[in-house]
Design a protein around this ligand. Structure first.
Ligand SMILES: Nc1ncnc2c1ncn2[C@@H]1O[C@H](COP(=O)(O)OP(=O)(O)OP(=O)(O)O)[C@@H](O)[C@H]1O
Length: 478
């Protein structure tokens, strides 16, 4: 087992039998469980010899354990630690209360083992930006068709064009992009747009599988192949026969597995662990990576993957897409427990566009979810994003220079290639008024709030510019 897969799960649950079941399930994915019947020993365990190896906390018995206070204390102690609450069946209120207290996620009991492992993997294995809340809509994200993906930035459209072309082929495809930028979403869309759409789409996160079982996960094994292999297991490659296999973070596969996978792609034959024979498969491989493939990566497989590469731009490189994405993601969260329909105000969009988004679209989605959960008005404003506003080093220069706008907007983002979204989530063009609004905002950022220059470059008079600003609700602060 690789060193980075030795990790501890802190489980707080009063029922010893339940603790044993959860521990046994979690062990299947390489988790060591530290069980505690109540929240009383939590600080001790966090400070104990394995405290630093604790990668996730599961909180059961919400009421007995004083749920909200326990979650708040854990959150204060370890801001980035995933905290998953095991809510009692049917109690939506408990789940909402948990999320408000700062839980990362919740599962409703009874929890199927696969669901528990998925939640642990999703919360702890993905390198989530700053331990953001994980909305349920993230886990139930709709499968978007390529043309439904939100974003009009030229680099993003170029990536989608490569993906659309690749959908017609059966050659392996490599999708490169930072965490949360949309790689898996694009993979699913490619599968849906391909002639394989009616067959299965099978995904494996290579980060989440311990090295000692990854061959059996991919290629399957026969009964008795190794100690503990009581029954035969069908591997992901066979499961995906006729369809698409997504290998997330392919760079994390052990070297021998990379070479074996390359042989499968070359021959179309899969040999399960411990088996002398092989099965023929017809699988289209999509691989993703958020970092350059390591130098040690199997050259044959690297060559095969480099045939078609989709490069997904980071969100900060397409901050012009943020307003459309924010509206789309907000609409996705609406209707979840505790979230009413909300609009998003201009000043909030400005704050979001200025931020760097290390966790990309997923982080934007999570930040909107947290803000929506806490918002008491009918629209999200910049006040609903205090951390983002602070971190985006927002400079507020009010009226110190006649004719300058009060907020110095997105020049840094613009230097990074900001562009204007022309398309709506439904594939139709945005209205002229919306595009004009974005263009004016972009110009204000680019010319650092110098309104005379903005008007000159846009080819309109200053009074027309100010009238448009008023109509758009952009606060000049002047
Ligand atoms: N262009 C987009 N339009 C709409 N939603 C998007 C877009 N890109 C990403 N998302 C949403 O953002 C979230 C993260 O996307 P996704 O899981 O595809 O990222 P990823 O790059 O595969 O992340 P990781 O590297 O962590 O696996 C998902 O909820 C997805 O639906």
């Amino acid at each position: 087992m690789r060193a980075d897969t030795v990790r501890f799960l802190l489980l707080i649950d009063a029922d010893p039998a339940e603790r044993r079941v959860v521990a046994a399930t979690a062990a299947r994915a390489g988790w060591n469980t530290l069980g505690s019947p109540s929240g009383d020993q939590v600080q001790e365990l966090l400070g104990g010899p394995n405290g630093h190896e604790i990668r996730a906390v599961l909180v059961g018995n919400w009421d007995i354990n004083g749920g909200p206070a326990l979650v708040r204390a854990l959150r204060a102690d370890r801001p980035g630690l995933p905290i998953i609450v095991l809510a009692e069946g049917g109690s939506v209120g408990q789940a909402v209360e948990a999320m408000r207290a700062g839980a990362s996620d919740f599962l409703v009991r009874p929890v199927a083992p696969e669901r528990l492992l998925d939640a642990l993997a999703a919360n702890a294995d993905r390198r989530r930006a700053s331990g953001e809340l994980a909305p349920l809509s993230e886990k139930m994200a709709p499968s978007l068709a390529l043309e439904e993906l939100v974003g009009g930035a030229p680099d993003f459209r170029a990536a989608l064009a490569v993906a659309a072309k690749a959908a017609r082929s059966r050659l392996p495809l490599l999708i490169v992009g930072e965490a949360g930028s949309g790689k898996e979403t694009i993979s699913r869309a490619v599968h849906e747009a391909s002639p394989r759409a009616r067959s299965s789409f099978v995904a494996l996160d290579c980060r989440a599988v311990p090295a000692n079982i990854v061959d059996s996960e991919l290629f399957g094994h026969v009964a008795g192949a190794f100690p503990g292999a009581f029954a035969e297991r069908v591997g992901k490659l066979v499961e995906a026969d006729g369809g698409t296999l997504l290998l997330d973070e392919i760079g994390d596969l052990p070297a021998a597995t990379q070479a074996a996978l390359d042989r499968v792609l070359a021959t179309g034959e899969v040999r399960p662990v411990g088996c002398n024979g092989s099965n023929s498969v017809d699988v289209r491989l999509i691989a993703t990576t958020s970092r350059p493939l390591p130098d040690s990566f199997d050259p044959g497989l690297a060559e095969r993957l480099s045939g078609t590469v989709v490069v997904v731009p980071a969100l900060r490189e397409r901050s012009g897409d943020i307003p459309a994405l924010a509206r789309h993601l907000l609409a996705r969260h609406t209707g979840q427990p505790g979230i009413r329909p909300l609009s998003i105000a201009e000043d909030a969009l400005q704050v979001l566009m200025r931020y760097g988004w290390p966790g990309n679209v997923r982080q934007l989605s999570n930040v909107l979810f947290r803000a929506a959960l806490q918002c008491e008005g009918s629209a999200l404003t910049s006040d609903d994003f205090p951390h983002i506003a602070l971190q985006s080093r927002f400079t507020n220069r009010v009226g110190d220079n006649a004719g300058e706008i009060g907020t110095v907007a997105t020049s840094a983002a613009l230097a990074g290639g900001q562009s204007i979204t022309l398309w709506q989530a439904d594939g139709h063009l945005r209205s002229l008024e919306e595009i004009e609004g974005d263009l004016i905002r972009l110009a204000i950022g680019h010319y650092r709030g110098k309104m005379t220059e903005v008007a000159r470059r846009l080819g309109i008079g200053r009074s027309t510019l100010y009238r448009k600003l008023a109509e758009l609700g952009i606060d000049t602060g002047a």
